[in-house]
Structures are given as C-alpha cells and as structure tokens.
Ligand binder design. Structure first.
Ligand code: AMP
Length: 508
C-alpha cells in the first residue's frame, strides 16, 4: 500500500492521540498578546482555522505564504496551517532588512507576508498583496471558523521554501517537499529518542530550516513545546526549571550563553541528569562538550547538516562503548560531526568535499534549475564542506570549500558582503573572510584596498545601512594589495591563513 508521507500525519496524530494534552506554550514576553496555552486538539483547530483564513483572503493551494517572526506560537501554527492544506510556507530570517526580505517575497512569489509586530515599522515598505502584522487584530483575519478545502496529499509537493545564504550574492530558496520533512523528522526524532515524555524548549529559531524539522517530530509525539522568543542563558535555565524541559537545540553560541549563565546560577542546575542538547551549525570545541557534561550534567548530541538536507546528515551521540572513557576522551569523540543518520550515504570527493545522498536532500532550489544542477551532480549533493571520514565511519568537518562564513549558526555569503563594500566609491579591492571568534564561532572580516582616506567605522556603518547587521564586518583591515592568482582570482585561503594559524580545523 502506498500512503503519501505528508505533514498532515504529524498534526493528525497529535490531535488524535494527544488532543487533551497541553502542547504549545507561547512566549509570555512578546509585543503581540501571546496566544493562550493550547492543547494539541486546540492547536490542530488553530492550524485549520488559519488555512480557512488564507482561503478567505483568496490565497489558494500552492500559493506561497511568508512569515518573518521571532519564535512564537503563531509561527508554529503557520508551519502547519500552511503546509497541511496545500500551501507553501516561506519562513524568513528575522534579522534580514527590508530590501533583503523584499527580494525573497518577490523571488518566491509570496502573496502574504506575516510580520512580527516588533519588525512592522522596519518592514512596512515591502510590496506584497497581503501585509499582516501578527497579533490580536490579525488573528481575526487569519483564524476563521469553518472547513477549509481539503488538499489531496502529495508527498512530492513542496511544503516549505527556506531561503539560505550560500555561494551567490542572493540567498537561494531550498524547496522542501513533504516527504523530505517527514523522513527528516522521523529520523531526527528516532535518533535523538524523542518521546511523549519529553518537554521541548524552542531555543533554535523556527525559521532556520523549520527549526531543523523538530516541530514536526515533536508534534507527532505529543511533546509539549515551550516557545522562547530570544536567546538568553539565564532565561533558558529558568524555563527549563519551570517547565521540566528535557530537550533543546542550538548553535554552539547558545551553549556558551547557557554555560555562562550556569556559572552564576544559584542552586542545582535545571535539567541536570535528564536534559539533552542537540548542537549544530559549527563544530563545538571539545572544552565546551566537556563542560556540558561536567558543569550541567546534560547529554550533548551533535548533528551536522544543511538547510538543503532538511538538515540531518550525521549524528554524534555517546554510545555505550564510550561510557567508561574519561570525559575528555568522550568529548573528543563527540566533537566529530557524527556517523551517517539512517538512510544517509556520505562520501568524500577527491578534493575533500563531503557529498551526501538521502531521501531528505533537497528537491531543488526554487526557480533556479542551474543552481540545483550545480549542487546535485552524479546523484550526489555537494555540501561545500570539507572533511574526512574515520575508520569507524564517523565524519569530521574540518574545512569549508564554499565561500560562506558561519557566525552564531547563520550563514553569510562573502560575495554578498563584498558586493556591498564594492559599491562604496573609495573601495577598489575587497576580500571578505571569516575569522575565528570566541563568542560567535566565526566573525566577518573585510580586507580592503581604498582610494583616499576613510575610517574603518565609516565603512562598517556603510555596510550596516545596506545589510542585516549580523552579516556586516566586525573588523576591516586596509591593505595596499590583495593576494591573487595569475588569472586574477582572490586567494582566499592565503588571506585567511594567518588568522587561522594554530587552529586544528579551518572552521569554527
Ligand atoms: P545552514 O544551511 O544555514 O543550516 O548551514 C549549514 C552549514 O553549517 C553546513 O554546510 C556546515 O558548513 C555548517 N555546519 C552545520 N553543522 C555543523 C557541524 N556539526 N560541524 C561543522 N559545521 C556544521
């Protein structure tokens, strides 16, 4: 029998099996009036009401509905309220500016843009058919009683488009099908041991690869989901204590914030002995992994993947064979990105690039067939990450082949920043590189050749006018020339080398 794998399954199961259980707890401290705590039955109704609301706006199936928001219950409703009734969700990074978001709206052809009220003033110039600021008033438009038209489930239909920065100046839209979301959620949930005894804290931004697909896995298993709007180490510990949180995800920068807060925490550390934290986005240093075990007594799990792979490619989780090892030895083993998740095949190409195959590798980049054939060649998805595979088949990410900087878990295209700097009339040459940073893993540095006099602050301010602030250089160095190949190409690896001296890996 063939039954299409769609996100409808996750919502239906939550409703059917956990209908009476409190499933969604909104962030109390937010500019909109928070939604009340919802049982999974109420949540399923809310998602359905949203689909009816879109219908009322004349937004049909296959239409794109975009949302830019900090984590919120309304955003969780959106993830299901769009996809389960055949619309396509486009969750957008809330740090992007008006121009960057306008590009995504135009490129995806979104008819609706749902906006966090905090961002409304900054974004109100965006041209879109329906611009709706989230809150009480919009709830009246978005949540309508009645039965929305049913969608005929199709596992190959696009469920979400997630824009991610890569090697091109503009971000590309990763088309995630229902099947991709389903298999990623099933495998992720399985391998991290998600069960109905868990309580989840949304420390990871939900826009980022749909919160790594966790919301789908959690909903299917009836896991209570506690929404956190902004990352703050102390607040995270407080919520863990208050709600009995057992599971959370984040980039290494989130872990550092938690460890800092734990050092100041009075009393036993919340979640000690029962919480697991899933970390990805950059390779966490061994010392951080050790501290999670010794200072928090939480379980550390690392995953590696990309938006293009939904994201789960590998997982590193302590195995019974490692139980008797010293904390340091175990941390070293866990510091590797991990072993392939079930259904994932990995290989290292001749030039050291990690290539992957699996059911949850992207269908394609939205309306960019050339970029798709560039990324998927000979049946393998090319990750742009460099690394190696040990004899026990665990993968280490040690290098980056693509010209991307990852700061605090978010991708930044070097070319995009270079384009902006080039637009300054005094800049004649520019190379943007990632350099190690204690807090963010990597930070953006620009090396420039200029005409006349200009200050570092002035150039940084120039970038901040045009780009989301997390993409802007934190330092700029003035050079007389930049190292190039005979054909005039910038030699980025040479320019990067002095800043990475003494580092075991070329990514951080
Ligand atoms: P994104 O598509 O924004 O989720 O970023 C994906 C990129 O993050 C990958 O291509 C890697 O460069 C990096 N990344 C993700 N997880 C890890 C990890 N565990 N170790 C090293 N790099 C990682």
């Amino acid at each position: 029998m063939f039954v299409p794998l769609t996100i409808k399954d996750h919502l239906e199961r939550a409703d059917l099996v956990y209908g009476d259980r409190i499933g969604i707890l909104d962030e109390p401290d937010q500019p909109a009036l928070p939604l009340e705590d919802m049982t999974y039955g109420e949540f399923a109704l809310k998602a359905k009401a949203m689909a009816k609301g879109f219908e009322g706006l004349g937004v049909g199936q296959k239409s794109r509905v975009a949302l830019v928001s900090h984590n919120a219950s309304r955003m969780l409703t959106f993830l299901f309220g769009t996809t389960v009734w055949g619309r396509i969700g486009v969750p957008i990074n809330f740090r992007l500016n008006q121009e960057e978001i306008s590009y995504i709206i135009e490129h995806s052809g979104a008819e609706v843009l749902l906006v966090d009220p905090e961002l409304e003033d900054d974004l109100k110039g965006i041209k879109v058919k329906h611009f709706i600021s989230l809150g009480n008033e919009s709830d009246e438009i978005l949540y309508k009683a009645g039965e929305p038209s049913l969608w005929t489930p199709d596992e190959d239909a696009t469920a979400t488009i997630n824009y991610t920065s890569g090697t091109t100046a503009r971000p590309k839209g990763v088309e995630m099908t229902h099947r991709m979301l389903w298999t990623n959620a099933a495998i992720f949930g399985w391998q991290t041991g998600v069960s109905d005894r868990d309580v989840y804290l949304h420390t990871l931004p939900m826009f980022h690869c749909n919160g790594w697909g966790m919301p789908f896995a959690l909903t299917a298993m009836g896991v209570p989901q506690v929404v956190l709007r902004k990352v703050d180490g102390n607040e995270i510990l407080k919520r863990i204590e208050k709600h009995g949180v057992t599971l959370l995800c984040g980039a290494p920068a989130v872990v550092v914030a938690i460890l800092d807060a734990a050092a100041e925490w009075d009393g036993p550390i919340p979640g000690a002995g029962k919480t697991r934290i899933v970390v990805a986005g950059a390779p966490p240093p061994t010392s951080i992994i050790e501290r999670i075990e010794t200072e928090l007594n939480w379980e550390f799990i690392q995953i590696y993947g990309l938006t293009e792979t939904a994201p789960l490619l590998t997982m590193s989780r302590g195995r019974s064979e490692w139980d008797e090892l010293s904390t340091n030895k175990r941390a070293k083993l866990l510091g590797r990105a991990g072993a392939p998740a079930i259904g994932v095949s990995l290989k290292v190409a001749e030039d050291g690039e990690i290539c992957a195959r699996s059911n949850h590798v992207l269908k394609g980049y939205w309306n960019q067939p050339e970029a798709t054939s560039e990324a998927i060649r000979d049946g393998w998805f090319h990750t742009g990450d460099g690394g190696y595979i040990d004899d026990d088949n665990y993968v280490t990410i040690a290098d980056r082949k693509k010209d991307v900087i990852i700061s605090g878990g978010e991708n930044i295209s070097s070319i995009e920043v270079e384009d902006v700097l080039f637009a300054h009339e005094q800049v004649t040459e520019v190379a943007v590189i990632g350099v190690p940073d204690e807090k963010w893993g990597e930070t953006v540095k620009a090396l420039v050749v200029v005409e006349g006099d200009i200050l570092e602050e002035e150039l940084i301010a120039f970038c901040r006018e045009k780009l989301a602030h997390y993409k802007c250089p934190t330092t700029i160095e003035f050079r007389n020339e930049l190292s190039r190949t005979a054909t005039g190409k910038l030699q980025k690896y040479k320019l990067r080398a002095p800043y990475w001296d003494g580092h075991e890996k070329q990514v951080n």
